[in-house]
Design a protein around this ligand. Structure first.
Ligand code: SAH
Length: 501
């Protein structure tokens, strides 16, 4: 039996970009992932479906799994020979009880490794524009737990802290904010010392309250700051107003729900991240190749009778080339056949297989593609390779143009519904700023998944007019990208946010 091993992995403060390469690689290989409440949603999304996922963190109403039990769980899973990732917010050791979790493993000679994480103590201030040290202001930084019985003077030596004259960073201190501030003041700290409370740092909804030490509790209460949050006390806090950068990113502070199938979404998600958005993936459709496919087989047998192959989606291109490979057909079987693509993404997919599209319409929709083909493919034979429920506009335009064509379905579009509960909860609490749709089928899949509800509050960012029509039909506040491309869809979201002000 393979010997089990435990990896104690720091997930960072929440932003998926702050997860280490090592952490990501381990998540993708894990048999079991045991995680806490503070791990970012996007990071949890990296866990493969095949892995067992155990949430041992606090959830509203429920108590967290007791530490003893977590230690036992790690031991058991490792003893079963599993690759166990114990995923913890920030760094696993820094106020993370990582040390306690290793005790039992060490006692049983279970092999383990530790993957440090980006700690919230440093990253959350950084995302709020607060450098934890600065040569003009301080020469030391101190990280203190505010989670003491009552954060009373008996627990924290405020006089010692004040004497240090460095930046003070309190974790788990929101509940004791009042007590911490008054403790510092009593110990002689300047009442005007710059200070800050930083809530949900590195997420799209991060908030910062900066105030002099003496009025920080009042200001934080007024803003309704809740855990998780970090308290920073020190002259460096005065820099926050000038240095705040995270919210200023084009999509900073925005949460975008992406409905694309996971396999196709990565570039889109990457571009959204670059602009500062937080992304929720809710794949609402899946493409399922039609196998066996006797009609496709038959047409492939008479390929030489065709002058054109037509693709209407990158998924179609991928599935077609996979089919060729699986049936041991060389791409050279395509010979001199010309390829048409509905838009640049589909053309790009063809290029990745070493073939350039001979035709891409100026407007990226089925009708435009059909009209252009009707002009360019006169007296030629056309083979359409597309979804079973593909748009009727394409064959209509071809028929009208007198073009001889065969329409072959190579895949089905299936409405998929994973993570619906999570998406519904996000929508219900207005925590989604926009939903991005890359095809009409993703709109229908989305509505099918979420069922009857008021869609009029949803801001829909649509890749093209056909997609937009579908979104409008459900009453969504709909806007359309300039060109039907992923970069233009991202640009549309940036403009939508700018308009919100
Ligand atoms: N090991 C973690 C800290 C665990 S203690 C680390 O290295 O970051 C939990 C405390 O961390 C919370 O009470 C809060 O004070 C802080 N914290 C963690 N993530 C945070 C975030 N995204 N924003 C603000 N505070 C955070």
């Amino acid at each position: 039996m393979q010997k089990g091993k435990v990896y104690l992995v720091g997930a960072g403060p929440s932003d998926i970009g702050l997860l280490t390469l090592k952490g990501k690689a381990l998540l993708e290989r894990a048999d079991v992932v045991i995680y806490d409440a503070l791990v970012g949603q996007e990071i949890l999304h990296l866990i493969p479906d095949s892995a067992e996922q155990l949430d041992v963190g606090k959830r509203a109403g429920n108590h967290p799994v007791p530490q003893q039990q977590i230690n036992q769980l790690l031991l058991q899973k490792a003893q079963q020979g599993k690759l166990v990732v114990r995923l913890k917010g920030g760094d696993p050791f820094l106020f993370g009880r990582g040390g306690e979790e290793l005790e039992l493993l060490a006692a049983h000679n279970i092999p383990f490794e530790v993957v440090p994480g980006v700690t919230s103590a440093v990253a959350v201030p950084a995302y709020a524009g607060i450098p934890v040290t600065h040569r003009d202001f301080c020469s030391s930084v101190h990280i203190i737990t505010g989670h003491t019985k009552q954060a009373s003077d008996a627990d924290i030596d405020y006089s010692a802290l004040v004497k240090l004259d460095g930046t003070l960073i309190f974790l788990m201190g929101v509940a004791a904010l009042e007590e911490i501030c008054s403790g510092l003041l009593r110990a002689g700290m300047d009442a005007q010392m710059p200070a800050a409370v930083l809530e949900r740092g590195t997420t799209a909804v991060q908030r910062r309250v900066t105030a002099p030490l003496c009025s920080l509790p009042k200001q934080a209460a007024k803003a309704g700051i809740c855990a998780p949050a970090i308290i920073v006390v020190g002259r460096v806090c005065a820099l926050a107003d000038r240095f705040a950068w995270a919210e200023k990113r084009p999509l900073g502070g925005w949460r975008v729900l992406v409905t694309r199938p996971k396999a196709r979404a990565s570039r889109f998600v990457e571009l959204l991240h670059q602009q500062g958005a937080e992304v929720f993936e809710l794949p609402t459709i899946r493409t399922l190749p039609i196998v066996p496919n006797p009609i496709l087989e038959q047409e492939l047998g008479q390929l030489k009778d065709y002058q054109w192959l037509v693709f209407t989606s990158p998924a179609g291109v991928e599935l077609f080339f996979t089919y060729l490979r699986k049936t041991r057909r060389d791409v050279r079987c395509l010979g001199e056949i010309k390829l048409a693509a509905i838009g640049p993404a589909t053309a790009q997919a063809l290029e990745e297989h070493g073939i350039f599209a001979a035709l891409v319409p100026e407007r990226y929709n089925a009708a435009a593609l059909g009209e252009l083909l009707a002009l360019r493919a006169q007296k030629e034979r056309v083979l359409l390779l597309r979804a079973r429920d593909g748009s009727p506009d394409l064959p209509i335009a071809l028929k009208k143009g007198g073009i001889c064509y065969t329409d072959v379905a190579i895949y089905d579009t299936i409405y998929e519904a994973v993570d619906i509960a999570r998406a519904a909860a996000l929508l219900d609490t207005n925590r989604v700023d926009a939903v991005a749709f890359t095809s009409a089928s993703t709109v229908h899949g989305f509505v099918q998944a979420l069922g009857k509800r008021d869609y009029s509050q949803i801001r829909a960012a649509c890749i093209g007019e056909t997609t937009a029509q579908a979104a409008r039909a459900y009453g969504m506040k709909t806007q359309v990208a300039k060109q039907a491309t992923i970069p233009d869809l991202v640009e549309l979201l940036v403009q939508m946010k700018a308009k919100e002000g």
